[in-house]
Ligand binder design. Structure first.
Ligand code: PEP
Ligand code: MN
Length: 337
């Protein structure tokens, strides 16, 4: 149930509506927008008539949310969510560039990446310390040592850190080193992990699963929101289709669809979305044109020697050139970079 308060409704009136919702067995989530306070009630929606709230003083309107995701629904925050991480805002007017290697491999490698990302105008360095590899024989990541190296490099160049958390036992470690915790495609429906991440107060970037519908992605986000973590960034990273030329099929249309259905920001990962360096650049451009709030791009100083995902990692000069192009596209769609 969504209850939108009148513009001038004071705290006492808001509280009275919250109390009524709680009496009727709703769990209430509050969103304070620039103009209206919106109360999102999760509970016995089917049994309760929205009029129950509409007649209350200070209420502008109330309606049932038909979709299965309630708090991720755009109705909950019509103005959109801006996730603030330090000085960076994701979902605001800036299109946020996040780039770096697939995996942290060495101090020198990640430092070099940080310098290139910062130089290109990126705000966040990416890099896996715990890697979800399809084969158990592939490089699994440097673990805590890798996180330490990435933190140092990020601090030196004024960047934020995003890294993947694979398991809930890793959360305390990740929280210590990373600014944004990434949930990988393979874990999008790891509901225990999502529940644990809903309790922390750090942003989570939730990647779409390879066979997940947009609705399933939003329901996974709902796990985070309903547990109290509202700092959620979605990520389109390609889905599996019958096409085999590319590693995955980059679903650019998911970007405007998510913007329509949800208030959460969405970024695009054209690296995993295509799996091929030559296709990353056009898909990155397309994602920004489609309104992506950010880009997550793999870049390696020496991709031919990368320990993971070298084929889809941009060369440094390609990232620099891409950033220049993106600036033009971003401005054409009312954004900055
Ligand atoms: C990654 O970002 O390195 C990664 C493993 O991505 P995904 O979960 O989308 O495969
Ligand atoms: Mn990768």
């Amino acid at each position: 149930m969504i209850v939108v308060m009148e513009e001038n409704a004071g705290e006492a009136l808001v509280q009275r509506v919250i109390d009524r919702m709680v009496d009727l067995e709703f769990t209430v989530h509050r969103s304070t927008g620039l103009v209206h306070t919106v109360l999102g009630g999760v509970g016995p929606e089917d049994r309760i008539d929205p009029k129950e709230f509409e007649v209350m003083e200070g209420v502008k309107e109330a309606h049932r949310i038909i979709s299965p995701y309630k708090l991720a629904n755009r109705h909950f925050r019509p103005g959109g969510t801006v996730v603030k991480v330090g000085k960076v805002e994701i979902g605001g007017s800036e299109m946020v560039l996040m780039a770096g290697p697939c995996s942290v491999e060495s101090r020198e490698q990640i430092r070099r990446c940080a310098s290139i990302v910062a130089e290109a105008g990126g705000r966040v360095i990416r890099g896996g310390a715990f890697k979800p590899r399809s084969s158990p024989y592939s490089f699994q990541g440097l673990g805590e040592e890798g996180l330490q190296m990435m933190r140092e490099a990020a601090d030196e160049f004024g960047l934020l850190v995003i890294s993947e958390v694979m398991d809930s036992t890793q959360i305390p470690l990740m929280v210590r080193y990373a600014d944004i915790l990434q949930v990988g495609a393979r874990n999008m429906q790891n509901f225990n992990l999502l529940r644990e991440l809903s309790k922390i107060r750090k942003p989570v970037l939730l990647k779409r699963g390879i066979a997940a519908t947009i609705e399933e992605l939003l329901l996974s986000a709902e796990y985070l929101l309903s547990g109290g973590n509202y700092e959620v960034i979605l990520c389109e990273r390609g889905i599996r289709t019958f096409e085999t030329y590319t590693r995955n099929t980059m679903d650019i249309s998911a970007i405007p669809v998510v913007h329509k259905l949800s208030h959460l920001p969405i970024v695009a990962d054209p690296s995993h979305g295509t799996g091929r360096r030559d296709q990353v650049i056009p898909m990155a451009r397309a994602a920004v044109a489609a309104g992506a709030d950010g880009l997550l791009v793999e870049m390696h100083p020496d991709p031919d020697r990368a320990r993971s995902d070298g084929a889809q990692s941009l060369r440094p000069e390609q990232l620099t050139e891409l950033a220049q192009q993106l600036r033009v596209i971003a401005s054409a769609v009312g954004r900055t970079l």
